[in-house]
Design a protein around this ligand. Structure first.
Ligand SMILES: [Zn+2]
Length: 326
């Protein structure tokens, strides 16, 4: 018994030692850089930029996530309400939760990180360069900031899907239905509204009247395969990738940037803290992304100040040649 314990402990100790050595080695070999000028040079030469964004970007606009410490709506966290099972058990409660989240968004605005990304997309598109946002956020703040090229891999608070006919539609009504008016208060003492299912949001397709649900990806559900395919195409072809405000622990988004890095493409992380993937990336910029992102994405000295149509072919050729050289 003692021998077994010892052997076991020795094994664990040697495994632990090997792991620490590997981590040390990895740290020495692959400490990401926070050299903004070096990032900016690569940024200025990139033709196809993928920007993966997560909850951290929304958090800087004050959008609650209902996750982690203190992240509750009434007595529940998102993972208890954002599931197909919770919806089938208690559609009224789940709709109250989403109604509250939709109404909260009326008081929130895009922050400097959203705006920097949107301005960058607009400016670079005039130079024949593309910026694509792949976001886990469902709050549409990227849209509101003016971004166009957005893949919302977890759906949107402002889209509904019919449980009967499958029809999806944008829906910005406030309240989304009369019965939810004034409901959805987050206070833990609030009683459930217990709205009969026929008074919850219903499909308006002719002859359907099915129950609507928020068109967001719930826990335990798979991502829309078309959107996932498009995201993979962007990630496979990008020559620069930014990971902004995401902890890199939610799959499959957590796989995206490490996959890009594995292909030898520079990845820059902008986050409040190191993440499990930080060591795999070329750059890490620490701090609120509303502070770190705007100077990183502003107009580079090598960009033309006026990118009218006349410049387009020349810029394209220049950029292509710089990519081939690398
Ligand atoms: Zn329907």
């Amino acid at each position: 018994m003692i021998l077994r314990q010892f052997t076991c402990r020795a094994l664990i100790t040697s495994q632990l030692y090997a792991r620490i050595k590997r981590q040390q080695h990895f740290k020495e070999m692959a400490q990401p850089s926070s050299d903004l000028a070096a990032f900016r040079k690569i940024f200025s030469e990139a033709n196809s930029i993928a920007i993966i964004t997560g909850a951290g970007v929304s958090a800087e606009s004050g959008v609650p996530t209902f996750r982690g410490e203190g992240g509750y709506w009434r007595k529940w966290q998102a993972q208890q309400l954002a599931t197909p099972e919770a919806f089938s058990r208690n559609p009224s409660r789940v709709w109250e939760f989403y109604h509250y989240r939709r109404e909260v968004m009326r008081t929130k605005d895009p922050n400097p990180a959203h705006l920097a990304i949107a301005k960058c997309e607009e400016r670079l598109s005039k130079q024949g360069r593309t910026v694509t946002i792949i976001t886990q956020n469902i709050d549409e703040l990227h849209h509101r900031a003016g971004s166009k090229n957005i893949l919302e891999i977890h759906g949107s608070l402002f889209q509904t899907r019919c449980m009967s006919c499958g029809h999806e539609a944008a829906n910005y009504k406030s309240p989304i239905c009369a019965a939810l008016e004034g409901k959805g208060a987050p206070d833990p003492k609030t009683d459930d509204a217990e709205i009969p299912v026929q008074y919850l949001p219903r499909c308006e397709q002719t002859g359907c009247h099915g129950l609507l649900r928020p068109a967001v990806v719930w826990f335990g559900e798979t991502l829309d395969s078309d959107i996932l395919t498009r995201a993979e195409q962007v990630l496979d072809s990008c020559d620069l990738c930014l990971v902004v405000g995401t902890s890199s622990v939610v799959y499959p988004a957590a796989m995206f940037a490490p996959q890009v890095a594995a292909r030898g493409v520079p990845v820059a992380e902008f986050n409040m803290e190191n993440t499990p993937a930080t060591q795999r990336f070329k750059f890490h910029f620490h701090g609120p992304c509303g502070t770190t992102l705007p100077p990183a994405l502003e107009c580079h000295e090598s960009e033309p100040s006026n990118t009218g149509g006349l410049y387009l072919p020349i810029i394209r050729v220049l950029n292509m040649s710089s990519v081939e050289k690398n």
